[in-house]
Design a binder for this molecule. Structure first.
Ligand SMILES: *[C@@H]1O[C@H](CO)[C@@H](O)[C@H](O)[C@H]1NC(C)=O
Ligand SMILES: *[C@@H]1O[C@H](CO)[C@@H](O)[C@H](O)[C@H]1NC(C)=O
Ligand code: SF4
Length: 360
């Protein structure tokens, strides 16, 4: 009788042990994907028509605030530490944006919350209210000559004054100010040094304008951006002129194209290999949504997307990043453009750069 019981116990234990081993093996082979940082394009709306943007889908759907908050909570539970709000133009929904930024810090306590914007709808009041919960505000500006901005299709000649205001508000209310520029046919010869010195962004990312076959390279495509492209040498010319700015970071598309985890306005992850998006994370959950799309997690790691949670690591990753940027510029002699929710723009999405003002 005793022996029988021992047998049963032994059997049960072995069974549990084998199950456990199987579980370990499975985890090893299918490591759980952690959505450490997420780019949330909560709106596609952008009335603007930058000549080089292929973001022509201007439907104005935006998920209701409670759904969005619930989705962000799910992501935080799944391990998200950083989020970046992009569009479209996020400040077209300034109230919505403010609620989300506050929620991410006050409730979810994310390490880093950032926004990319074209700047035109940013108001002082908004920053006064929310900048304490915002780590980085990235604003795009492609030229310090308003005529060039108008030629590119950006703004009506008031962009630069607005940029200076934003830089000051960031300083006053405590968010890091970052600048993004897309270097193209119209601005590659410009000398931006004096403005950069005055604006003093903590980081200035410069992307080379990029064309994609079938998307924007002919008259048949929705937007023909060929007139914006420049040669690698021309980009290199721009870089060498501006490289001495400590904040200057030329960006190589090759390093990062598919390594962003992008959540769209329907709370679906976008597939970076061209397949359909995942289901909404509110319907299928985070894990399932993540596993159904492709994104380049290795590229993400390589670019330093998973990095630096403490001071030491920050120092190290800064050095590495600098080394990498140098290497990238040398390797390609250029840096190639970036996408903003699919659009080529100064609202370039830039996960690697999402830091936190406390640690930077
Ligand atoms: C920014 O986007 C908004 C909304 O689409 C647009 O009205 C504005 O003119 C744009 N400004 C610049 C400078 O790009
Ligand atoms: C062309 O389209 C691709 C995506 O299809 C985009 O990544 C790129 O930024 C666009 N380039 C320009 C110059 O609009
Ligand atoms: S580049 Fe950005 S601001 Fe310009 S049209 Fe596209 S989404 Fe709008």
């Amino acid at each position: 009788m005793l022996l029988d019981n021992l047998y049963i116990l032994f059997f049960l234990f072995s069974f549990a042990f084998i199950k456990w081993l199987q579980h370990l093996l499975h985890r090893k082979m299918h490591p759980k994907i952690i959505p450490l940082s997420v780019n949330y394009h909560f709106t596609r709306k952008c009335n603007y028509e930058c000549g080089f943007c292929f973001h022509t889908d201007t439907n104005s759907y935006i998920a209701p605030l409670p759904d969005t908050k619930a989705a962000l909570s799910l992501l935080a539970l799944a391990g998200m530490k950083k989020t970046n709000f992009a569009g479209g133009e996020p400040f077209l929904y300034a109230h919505h944006l403010g609620e989300l930024v506050d929620y991410c810090k006050d409730i979810l306590h994310l390490d880093s919350v950032s926004i990319v914007s074209n700047g035109s709808h940013i108001r002082e009041d908004w920053l006064k209210q929310h900048a304490h919960n915002l780590d980085i505000l990235a604003v795009s500006c492609d030229s310090f000559d308003e005529r060039t901005n108008i030629a590119i299709g950006r703004g009506k000649g008031t962009h630069i004054a607005q940029l200076y205001r934003i830089a000051n508000w960031c300083r006053t209310y405590g968010a890091l100010f970052k600048l993004n520029s897309v270097i193209n046919r119209y601005n590659w010869q410009e000398d931006m040094n004096s403005h950069i010195a005055k604006l003093d962004p903590y980081r200035w990312k410069c992307f080379q304008v990029l064309l994609v076959e079938g998307e924007n390279d002919s008259e048949q495509t929705k937007r023909d951006a060929r007139k914006f492209t420049i040669l690698d040498e021309e980009f290199e010319h721009f870089c060498s002129k501006h490289r001495d700015n400590p904040c200057f970071v030329p960006e190589s598309n090759k390093l990062m194209a598919k390594s962003y985890l992008i959540l769209d306005e329907h709370l679906r992850f976008l597939d970076r290999s061209g397949k359909a998006p995942s289901g909404s994370i509110m319907e299928v959950g985070v894990e399932k949504a993540l596993s159904s799309v492709f994104w380049d997690m290795d590229g993400f790691k390589e670019r330093g997307g998973i990095y630096a949670w403490n001071q030491d690591q920050i120092e190290k990753s800064k050095e590495e990043a600098e080394g990498q940027n140098l290497a990238a510029t040398k390797r390609f002699g250029l840096a190639v453009g970036d996408t903003c929710g699919g659009s080529q723009s100064g609202e370039a999405v830039d996960m690697e750069d999402i830091g936190s003002k406390k640690t930077l």
